[in-house]
Design a binder for this molecule. Sequence first.
Ligand code: N01
Length: 492
Amino acid sequence: MTQADEAGLGAGTVRHTRVLVIGAGFAGLGMAVGLARAGEGDFVVLEKAAEVGGTWRENTYPGCECDVPSVLYSYSFAPHRRRGGDRASQPEILDYLRRVSDEYGVRAKIEFGAEVGGGRWDEAARRWHVRTVDGREYVAQFLVVGTGALHQPALPRISGAGTFGGPSFHSAQWDHTVDLTGKTVAVIGTGASAVQLVPELAARAGALQLYQRTPPWVLPRRRSRLSAVRVPATGRIARALTYWNAELLALGLNGPPALTRPLERRARGHLRRQVPDPELRRALTPDYRIGCKRILRSDDYYPALSRPGTEVVTDPIAEIRPDAVVTADGTVRPVDVIVYATGFRVAGPLARLPLAGRGGVTLQELWWRDGIATHLGITVSGLPNAFLLTGPNTGLGHSSLVFMIESQVRHVLAAMALVDRDGARAVDVRADAQADYHADLHDRLASAVWSTGGCASWYVTADGTNHSLWPGFSWRYRLRTRRVRRRDHELF
Ligand code: N01
């Protein structure tokens, strides 16, 4: 059966709506509020879980927080300013999203427990037909996909992993029934999740083994200059100052190595100050350019690694036994619990959602055939009236994804307005406009640190292509997405 067949719909009750939004995380909720604020009342949000929040509902590991200041990692219409510290914890962000969904009146528009199985474009009716896995059917003029980029855990293939006798789980699927007090815990991975959970575990566990394949660059936590000087700034001013401060980093990530050297010096100084043992320091010193992988910010990660009872293991893992992790040098380290802080399958969410566009060709078939290509990371030629939020190449290494989401929401609203103004029913981005955008994007990516910085990361696939990040300033993306250019689109 092809994906297009899978996307076919069965019989049953059908609900008609003008706009169907998939997902009620930051992206889907942002879209819902955007629609409501634009006076568009005829929309439905489908959410597979029983609550809003997306990644902030799923990730509950100890120490989980957002490393982007909350005033920026929140919607512009509801800046989240905190007292004491500029970073919000996971429960606080989840609470913020719940509040937004209530206060902006969009909760009533969300159908919970509605996992989408697929959709197909009906060319004659100019409508999307979407079905949930439990058989509910929807017909919508516009389809907005806000399923998120990072929610399918990646578990490494390690020989014997399945034989492990104790509890083992991924950082995004934390098993809160496991009491780690006094246990010997192995953490595999040293990315953004690990850097947050390791200090918590080091304090709680009896012993901690951190299996590091590549050391991350770690900077001290951002200090809120606003709270330091006690400026009675409004959320809006605080947000603007934080935004422009973050944008400076885009210069370094997209410029020559000389621009990021001061940051590397700062990170090395941080390491020197926090790790007195020269051998451990050597093991924790990265050998690639800062920014090539996500830059981490922590004041308690390095101290946790210097605690008695914590061991940083740099020898590669050879196998896992029922009660131990064995490294390539033959050392057998008994452990009680294994935590996989090993990241996510990047192409996962969209690859699993069959969306059949014009001629019954699915998004996945288009991308397998021609490679992953979009226009602005939002639209795909051949999928009329469908919009991706947090789509390919719209992630950021230096600022807040919420800014990108809001740019996308505005773009979707502008596209809908264009269709209405034109008296048309559908809009499809032209293949040549998409190809031009794609070529320019990948030209700009070629000189960015993610391609040239000498590391492997989830940003870049095995063939060296970056399908994850936006190169350059986020305000350029905002400007680029502000209008829907008539000449780049077919209206019908
Ligand atoms: O995952 P990662 P993450 N043996 O892919 C290692 C967002 N996020 O969950 O570097 C040993 O970054 C792997 O090693 P290496 C953010 O966008 C945001 O931490 O490939 N190790 C690496 O160290 C982030 O970028 C926040 O050599 C193995 C680690 O596992 C994204 O989520 C907080 C291995 C995976 O790191 C992903 O972060 C948290 C193996 N076989 C996350 N396989 C915010 O605060 C993999 N590794 C906003």
